[in-house]
Design a binder for this molecule. Structure first.
Ligand code: MLT
Length: 260
C-alpha cells in the first residue's frame, strides 16, 4: 500500500505470530516484559505505531485503518500472512480496524484495557480540540495531565514505572499526538465485529482502570457469551506495566489456543 510508513519494531521468538500494539501516546516498550516472556512460545512482534516511538510521524489525520495498514505492511515485510493482534487501548482500536478491513490477516484478537465503542460526540470533539492544541502548543500541553489516569488510583507518580511512562509520553512527536487524536475521534463503533465467534477474541482489563471502566466490559461480555474477560487485580489502564507477571499469565492463557 503506497501510503503506509515503515514502522520501527522489535521481534523475538518463533511460532505463531503475535503482534503487540501499544496505546496512545506510548510505544512498543510498554510490552517489554510480555515480549520477553511470550517469545518462548510465540513469534512476538511489537511495533511503534505511526507517530509514536521511533516510527515516522507524517503530518495529518491518522485513521485507525491507516495504522492497521502500516502494521499489515510490516507483516508483509516479515513474510507473515496472519497474526494474533493484541491491542492495548488505542492499539485495540487498531486491531479492530484490521479485523474490519483485512480480516484475512487476523488469526485472533485480544483487547487489553481497550473496548469496541465509538466516542460519544463530546469526547470526539474534545479529542479534535486537543489535536489542534497539540499542534499549537506541543505534546506536553495535551499529554502531561494524562499520567495519573493511566495508573490505578493512588499510584506514586514519582515511581520508576510512572517516570518511564511519562518519558515515553513526552517523547511522542506532536504530529503523532494530533494525528491519532483526530483518528480516534473518527473511529466507528465496532461492537458488531466482536459478535462473530471466529476469529477467537478475548478481553483483558485492569480492575481499577480509570479510562476504560470494567463495568462497561462486563456488560459487553454479558451480551456476547463467547467473549472472555480476564481481570488483572491492582492494575489500572497499564496492566502490562503495573502487573507484568499477571498480564503475561493472562495473555499466555488466551494465546494457548494458538500454541503449536
Ligand atoms: C490509550 O490509552 O490508547 C487511550 O487512552 C485510548 C483513548 O483515549 O481512547
Amino acid at each position: 500500500m503506497s501510503d503506509t510508513v515503515l514502522l520501527h519494531y522489535e521481534e523475538q521468538g518463533t511460532g505463531q505470530p503475535v503482534v503487540l500494539l501499544h496505546g496512545y501516546p506510548l510505544d512498543h516498550t510498554i510490552w517489554r516484559a510480555q515480549m520477553a516472556a511470550l517469545s518462548d512460545s510465540f513469534r512476538v512482534i511489537a511495533p511503534d505505531l505511526r507517530g509514536h516511538g521511533q516510527s515516522p510521524a507524517p503530518a495529518g489525520e491518522y485513521p485507525m485503518e491507516t495504522l492497521a495498514a502500516d502494521v499489515s505492511a510490516l507483516l508483509d515485510r516479515l513474510g507473515i500472512a496472519q497474526a494474533v493482534w493484541v491491542g492495548h487501548s488505542m492499539g485495540g482500536y487498531v486491531a479492530l480496524a484490521a479485523l474490519r478491513t483485512m480480516p484475512e490477516r487476523v488469526a485472533g484478537l485480544v483487547l487489553c484495557a481497550s473496548h469496541p465503542f465509538a466516542d460519544p460526540p463530546d469526547k470526539a470533539q474534545a479529542r479534535r480540540d486537543n489535536a489542534r492544541r497539540a499542534l499549537a502548543e506541543g505534546t506536553a500541553a495535551v499529554v502531561s495531565g494524562m499520567l495519573a489516569s493511566l495508573f490505578k488510583p493512588g499510584t506514586n507518580l514519582e515511581s520508576i514505572p510512572a517516570h518511564r511512562v511519562r518519558t515515553i509520553m513526552l517523547s511522542t512527536p506532536v504530529q503523532g499526538v494530533a494525528g491519532v487524536l483526530s483518528g480516534m475521534a473518527a473511529r466507528p463503533d465496532s461492537v458488531d465485529l466482536l459478535r462473530a465467534p471466529v476469529p477467537p477474541k478475548a478481553l483483558i482489563a485492569g480492575r481499577d482502570d480509570q479510562i476504560i471502566r470494567l463495568t462497561e466490559l462486563q456488560a459487553l461480555t454479558a451480551q456476547i457469551p463467547h467473549l472472555s474477560l480476564r481481570v488483572i487485580d491492582d492494575a489500572g489502564h497499564l496492566p502490562m506495566i503495573e502487573q507484568p507477571d499477571a498480564t503475561t499469565a493472562a495473555l499466555r492463557d488466551v494465546l494457548s489456543y494458538w500454541k503449536r
